[in-house]
Each structure stands twice: as C-alpha cells, then as structure tokens.
Design a protein around this ligand. Sequence first.
Ligand code: ZN
Length: 262
Amino acid sequence: MIDFTVRVGVFFLVFSTLVLWQWLSPRAMLLQWRQRWWHNMSLFALGALCVRVIQPLLLSVIAFSSSEFGLFWWLDLPFWAVFLFSILLLDCLIYWQHRLFHRIPLLWRIHRVHHSDPELDVSSAVRFHPVEIVLSLFFKGLAVWLLGVPVAAVLAFDVLLNASAMFNHTNVRLPVIIETWLKKLLVTPDMHRIHHSRVSLEANSNFGFFLSIWDALFRTKRNDALEGDEHLKIGLPDTKTYQPTSLKDVLVMPFTVFKKHR
Ligand SMILES: [Zn+2]
C-alpha cells in the first residue's frame, strides 16, 4: 500500500509541476493539445488499469517462486551496491527493450502509437498502447526476478524512470549551459525530441529514458537534429503529416496495415 501511495503521489506531484512549467514557459506552440490530451490520457487510464490487474499477479508469482533467487543474492554484495547496480542494470535493460521495440517489426507496430503523437508535451510520456504496457511489465518482471532486485530498488527505479520520462517529454527548453551538462548524464527534452522525429534516422537514436550514458556507450546518442531543432518535425517516422484522428485510430494502430509516407 505504501508502494502504491508513493508511486501515485510522486507521479501526480511531478506531472502537475511539469504541466505548470510548460504552461508558464512553453518551448513550442501546441495547436492540437485538446485532441492529444484526450488520446494520451485515455491511453494512460487504460494502461493504469492493466497495470493494476497484472502487477499484483506478477509480483505474487515472483514472491512465490523465489525468496533468495537471482544474481544479486548469489553475489552477496552490500545493500547499497545491490541498490545502485539494480537501478543501473534495469535502466540499461529498458534502453535495450526500447531498441528492440524499434527493431522488431511486430513490436514496432505497438510502439509506433507512442511515436504517432504529432506534438510533444508532458502528456506524451504516458502515450503507450496498453499492449506495450503489459509487455513492458512482463519484461521488467523477468529482469527483476533474474537479477534478484530488492523491492525498494524496484520502487526507486520506477519512480525515477517515470519522473524522467515525464521530464524529457515536457514542452520546455532548458538554459544552454544546464542542457549541455545535464545531457552528459540524463536524457533531456532536447535529446528526446530528436527521438520523436519523423526522420527515421533521428528516431533511431536517443533511446534512453533516464540515463543518457547507454546511448553514448552503445553509439546511438545524437546531440543535435540533422537540420537543426527549428526544422525538426515531430511525429510518426517515415510519414510526412500523418496523425491519428480518433482514439479508435490510436487503439487499432498496432493491428492495421500501415502505408509509409502518408
Ligand atoms: Zn521510441
């Protein structure tokens, strides 16, 4: 119960702070926010419902099958080291999961819902198809089980990842000096905007959600948009102007045949 309260409490605190920030000093004019917020918040509600049903089942399976199972139990490290490595490894795995969602055509069908947002703001951070939410939950559950990640580290990681994802989708611009230093360690809004480009070369870079070190390490980091930030077109890669016009469009997107260059 404490777990749930912390997750929900931090989520709404961070979300409302970022909404206020982007409202006070928006980076770009958002022309379609009403429709986008309807789509994004509906997906958020559906995803949250799926998590509420599946997460307790998954956790009870993990708890039942292992009290002292997983890599960290066998290594017998001090708790602070387990905590730190848990967060680092989970973040690295999420980076690779994100790359797979772009690489494997079947997974891309699901993940393209996230990329079909024609503008970016904090609400884009919760725009994921429920199928992607469920798959991610199983993927993370498997990683937590195999690594033997302690419950406190899972909670800390989830809170950090969600807060960071909301931050790097926010429609704000950081002062250049802060942006330059921050992106050496963390994924910034400038970096993540490039990942939402309609140009597929740009969309296949900056896969991180929390730490930017994985993109640097695995050579997918892109600091600047190809034609400069002012010419960066946000939306579904390989399309010129396409955007879903209804919530139904968004929900059936993984199951529809999709023509490129629309
Ligand atoms: Zn992506």
